[in-house]
Design a protein around this ligand. Structure first.
Ligand SMILES: [Zn+2]
Length: 274
């Protein structure tokens, strides 16, 4: 039986439960997959972590982070016990969950603790939650109902983590890459992402001059990702990007650079209910 095509991706602001997010309602209706990018609002953390910090490795109060993660989980219709988070290490390794149940989820968590920057989930009932402050969140969703969530730091982006997420997802579900929706979350924009000559040259060599600004010192992670995703077979109309720079908007999003390194993390989340 042919799969129902996904609606073209469209991000809109919404409040899910108690949490303000960017999400795609039509995607959720069609596929059952709920995607969300959280911001700073809706949580209980204080100060530099205020308020919806979902990072558990940044010096915030552990109980506050647990409450924030529980709120984010419930916002997507998940229980807090469904959360799969990763120890993100700026690489390109993925953790895959192909079986339902607590044992498979615990095995994935153990793998995630060892270090990974992508989660591929092909079963209902698992909430992937990745953490960001300037790096680029990537969520890919297949019409068969599986999804991948990835962390694109500059090393991950340069290493092709966006294309890898789509490739792994399409292969797992037996779908074509041009059937996959991709959502690019809030991240540091080319206005602020100043890099050294070596990094600029690496992006120019890998993805073309369109991802480096005219002065040669600023990189657009989104432009690089779009090239990477196009090479992986993603249709341009199936990419939706938030287009907000985190460093320019530290009131709305956590920014490692804007905060001088002490800040919370906003989340990229995906979940499909059982
Ligand atoms: Zn900026």
């Amino acid at each position: 039986m042919a799969l129902t095509p996904l609606p073209l991706p469209r991000l809109q602001q919404a409040i899910l439960g108690t949490v303000p997010v960017l999400t795609d309602d039509a995607l959720a209706r069609t596929s059952g997959v709920r995607v969300a990018f959280t911001g700073r609002e809706g949580g209980v953390s204080q100060g530099a972590y205020g308020s919806l910090n979902v990072g558990d490795h940044v010096g915030d109060d552990a109980a506050a982070v647990a409450e924030n993660r529980a709120r984010a989980a419930r916002a997507l219709g998940a229980v807090p016990e469904a959360v799969l988070a990763l120890n993100q290490v700026h690489g390109t390794d993925f953790v895959t969950v192909r079986e339902a149940g607590a044992a498979a989820l615990e095995a994935a968590r153990a793998q995630g603790r060892a270090g990974a920057d992508g989660a591929l989930v092909t079963v209902p009932g698992v909430l992937a939650l990745l953490c960001f402050a300037d790096c680029t969140p990537i969520i890919a969703v297949s019409p068969a109902g599986s999804f991948a969530v990835a962390h694109g730091g500059w090393r991950g982006c340069a290493g092709g983590i966006g294309g890898a997420a789509v490739h792994r997802l399409a292969e797992a579900d037996g779908v074509a890459p041009d059937e996959v929706n991709v959502y690019i979350g809030p991240h540091i924009g080319p206005c602020c992402f100043e890099v050294g000559d070596e990094v600029a040259a690496r992006f120019r060599d890998e993805f073309g001059s369109e991802c480096v600004t005219a002065d040669g010192r600023h990189v657009s992670m989104e432009a690089a990702l779009r090239v990477d995703l196009a090479r992986a077979g993603v249709a341009p109309e199936r990419i939706a990007a938030v287009g907000v720079c985190t460093q320019c908007h530290p009131d709305r999003y956590f920014s490692y650079r804007a905060s001088g390194g002490v800040c919370g993390r906003h989340g990229a989340l995906a979940f499909k209910g059982a």
